[in-house]
Design a protein around this ligand. Structure first.
Ligand code: BMP
Length: 278
């Protein structure tokens, strides 16, 4: 199964969507399964954070709608630093609307997410049409004459989707049946769905090779006052067989963010090495 294979081995699966292939390869070469959650409020702080942690991450996760001055400068800056330091951008938009509306939300407005984020996520509660709707919008954006390559950010010019299959927060209403439906529809749409936001790997059959990214991670288990629940990198990667840890405040609140990212990267990688070795 996928949990005993290395990221490098998994990247060679010809069934993978190109962006998943690229990401697994990147994780393998850069030796990091850390995604930093850039929950900051200004372009300056976002770009400074990307500079500080960029060498230690495979993915930078953003919430563009909490950045007060989000604009062209933000996009150009993110493109430049992600190209130079080699990480992918994941906009944690959690799309959850009818297909037609989310095509507009993905491609239009002040955020125009498709232009700068190679990974986005969606909940499956509106029904499975969210997947072809986003895939179609991504394809059209990339093919459009009026979208220059420069606007699409650094290579690879691929787009892919993560399904929001489980959440980290206490009392969330995501049922096991819902999570199974996410797996089912991911299998039907392997050319666009690269994996899941989930608390554990959902890969079950021998040829399942989805990438699991897990939020709610800190160096010790616990939570915050608003329902967030934390597990350790060892638990998430080692026991739950997830592929990528997503860390926000564990790094953002540290006095030295660079050093904190270095530590999370080490913990995440150790847990992975122990898992594939045993
Ligand atoms: P923190 O590590 O500071 O708790 O931040 C977690 C980040 O992951 C936040 O950006 C949040 O929106 C996101 N997230 C989460 O915490 N749980 C989920 O189930 C899904 C998320 O996207």
């Amino acid at each position: 199964s996928s949990s005993s294979k290395t990221y490098g081995e998994r990247s060679e699966d010809p069934d993978l969507t190109p962006l998943a292939q690229y990401l697994l390869r990147l994780i393998h070469l850069k030796q990091t399964n850390l995604c930093v959650s850039a929950d900051v409020h200004t372009t300056l702080e976002l770009l400074q954070l990307a500079e500080d942690v960029g060498d230690y991450i495979c993915v930078l996760k953003t919430h563009a709608d909490i950045i007060d001055d989000f604009g062209d400068k933000t996009i150009r800056g993110l493109n430049e630093v992600s190209r130079r330091k080699k990480f992918l951008i994941f906009e944690d938009r959690k799309f959850g609307d009818i297909g037609s509306t989310l095509q507009h939300q993905y491609t239009r407005g002040p955020l125009a997410i498709v232009k700068w984020a190679s990974i986005v996520n969606a909940a499956l509660f509106p029904g499975p049409a969210v997947i072809p709707a986003l895939a179609d919008a991504a394809r059209r954006a990339i093919l459009a004459h009026n979208t220059s390559m420069a606007e699409l950010g650094p290579p690879p010019y691929f787009r892919a989707l993560l399904l929001l299959a489980q959440m980290s927060s206490a009392g969330n209403l995501f049922t096991p049946e819902y999570t199974q439906q996410c797996l089912h529809h991911a299998r039907q749409n392997k050319n666009f769905v690269m994996g899941f936001i989930a608390q554990q790997s959902l890969n079950k059959e021998a040829d399942d090779n989805f990438i699991t990214m897990t939020p709610g991670v800190q160096l010790s288990a616990g939570g915050d006052s608003m329902g967030q629940q934390y597990n350790t990198p060892q638990k998430v990667i080692g026991e739950q067989c997830s592929d990528i840890i997503i860390v926000g405040r564990g790094i953002l609140a540290a006095r030295d963010r660079r050093r904190a990212a270095h530590e999370y990267r080490k913990q995440g990688w150790l847990a992975y090495q122990e898992r594939v070795r045993s």
